[in-house]
Ligand binder design. Structure first.
Ligand code: FAD
Ligand code: NAD
Length: 448
């Protein structure tokens, strides 16, 4: 089929790519009556990523941190079209995008071309592997809901295989060696959740095995959590030491094989480390669709890690393309905090542009229109991370300064912040009941 016509030809069409932090925050604040609004994403739900590490061991159930995007769109004044599909190409010259249904079940049509007047690229980022051989084949990432499910299944498989009759001691040690690569917040929070699971649950169900499980966190830089204050880095490293999580800093993973990795140690020597489960958390890289878009404006777009945008979040060198969150290369860290503030900002921008559409006296030129709109301004509130044994760390911006705290009280603060920031009352009830269930009955050790 050719280019699909918009539902209301009198209105401009605003296409939003993604249903993550940025896109959802934009949708929440957007007055949809001003545009034909189309949402395109391969996932039909929003995922609350801060609690994803908790899903890897069953502290929280994965369904509790997901919310269907139609929950937002169905409450809007004017209908929003939701397409579950992946945008595979963006052509800023013809102002069209190609959307493909890459899910398991496809109809007679699984590809379509859509026109847009405004496009918001909120597709997030992909896992960075630095091209290291073997990572994609043998390691587990921790970005999507299916990653958390895969880690949980593999972890229990390693445990049961280690418990299998006649397993050699050497093989048991390998199977029970859980290696995490990347000492950013994702790697640290995963190692922390895994530690809790071993101490609180495995020790009850598998008393002979739990004591043999070993966690190693590998980080290329001199310390973990480079974005946190020195005091909290030291606190995290000493908590990990107490919890017997081995932290190997200044150590780079060079190759990954099915049962072992090869690392370069601080002295330059090479060492093989056998593992049962490998979790890879070395940060972000741009998605293919974003890379292709960057290539359409080589004189303005100079960064490989994402789209460069101006003060109104408009992609440089592209007239009516806006971008936010992890899909962009800006001075801000790729966090949910940034993406959601950018989404809320773009909602205000489009609400203003929508109001201008109705006023013939205002020039239709987008540059002129945007002159009347304030630039994006980011406010940093806090950086939080869970570090295990009911302890969390927090760097909180306070009265133009920074307050750092770590410990059990910070964990209660961490919990209350996450609970209040969850998407809906439904999510809050589900997560709170997961926490209660875990306290009363422990985590489930079944392997699905
Ligand atoms: P995303 O939220 O990743 O959303 C991207 C969306 O685009 C998804 O819906 C995806 O399905 C969709 N998409 C992908 N490809 C296409 C395509 N081709 N076409 C259309 N749609 C597409 N940040 C914090 O501030 N605090 C935290 O505590 C925190 N914890 C985290 C824990 C983990 C385990 C991880 C992985 C990240 C965490 N982050 C946290 C970072 C935060 O999740 C990201 O910065 C945030 O998700 C970025 O938002 P986004 O909208 O740019 O992208
Ligand atoms: P990251 O980029 O923050 O950290 C990745 C780490 O991996 C880096 O410290 C890097 O030095 C290390 N690394 C890279 N290659 C390596 C190699 N070959 N061997 C060993 N180590 C290697 O990535 P992340 O932790 O996935 O976080 C991504 C983004 O999401 C960040 O902006 C982060 O702030 C955000 N996030 C925030 C939270 C939170 O606030 N609690 C939780 C998770 C993620």
């Amino acid at each position: 089929p050719g280019v699909q016509p918009p539902p209301d030809p009198k209105k401009k069409t605003l296409v939003i790519l993604g249903t993550g932090w940025g896109a959802t925050s934009l949708l929440k604040g957007l007055k949809t009556e001003n545009f034909n609004v189309v949402v395109v994403s391969p996932k039909n739900y929003f995922l609350f990523t801060p609690l994803l590490p908790s899903c890897t061991v069953g502290t929280v159930d994965h369904r509790s941190v997901m919310q269907p995007i139609r929950y937002v769109t169905r409450h809007k004044k004017t209908a929003v079209q939701v397409l579950e599909g992946e945008c595979t190409n963006i052509d800023p010259k013809t102002r069209t995008i190609v959307v493909e249904d890459n899910s398991d079940i496809r109809g007679s049509t699984s590809s379509t071309t859509l026109p847009y007047d405004y496009l918001v690229v909120a597709v997030g980022a992909e896992n960075q592997t630095f091209g290291i051989p073997g990572v994609r084949e043998y390691a587990c990432f921790l970005k999507e809901i299916w990653d958390a499910k895969k880690i949980r299944t593999r972890l229990m498989d390693c445990i049961e295989t280690a418990a299998f009759a006649g397993q050699s001691e050497e093989e048991i040690q390998r199977l029970l060696h859980m290696v995490v690569v990347g000492g950013g917040p994702t790697g640290v929070e995963y190692a922390a959740e895994l530690h809790d699971f071993i101490v609180e649950d495995l020790s009850v169900w598998y008393p002979d095995i739990a004591g043999k499980v070993k966690i190693t966190l590998i980080e290329a830089l001199p310390n973990v959590l480079p974005a946190f204050s020195k005091q909290l880095i030291d606190y995290t490293e000493s908590t990990f030491k107490e919890n017997q999580i081995d932290v190997l800093t200044k150590t780079k993973v060079k190759t990954v094989k099915e049962r072992e990795i090869t690392v370069e140690e601080p002295n330059g020597a090479s060492r093989d480390i056998p593992y049962g489960l490998l979790v890879w958390a070395t940060g972000n890289t741009s998605r293919q669709v974003v890379r292709n878009l960057i290539a359409t404006a080589p004189e303005k777009q100079k960064q490989r890690r994402g789209l460069e945008v101006d003060e109104h979040l408009r992609a440089l060198g592209m007239d009516s393309v806006f971008a936010l969150g992890d899909a962009t290369a800006t001075k801000y860290a790729p966090t949910a905090q940034v993406a959601s503030q950018q989404g809320a900002y773009l909602a205000a921008v489009f609400n203003k542009l929508g109001a201008m559409e109705k006023d013939d006296a205002i020039s239709p030129d987008l540059d002129t229109r945007l002159e009347a709109v304030k630039p994006f301004k980011y406010s940093h509130y806090a950086s939080l991370a869970y570090i295990g044994s009911d302890k969390a760390i927090a760097d909180v911006s306070f009265l133009n300064g920074n307050v750092s705290a770590g410990g059990v009280a910070t964990y209660l603060f961490w919990r209350s912040v996450y609970l209040s920031n969850l998407f809906s009352t439904r999510n809050r009830c589900l997560v709170a009941s997961d926490w209660i269930k875990r306290t009363l009955f422990g985590r489930d050790i079944g392997r699905d």
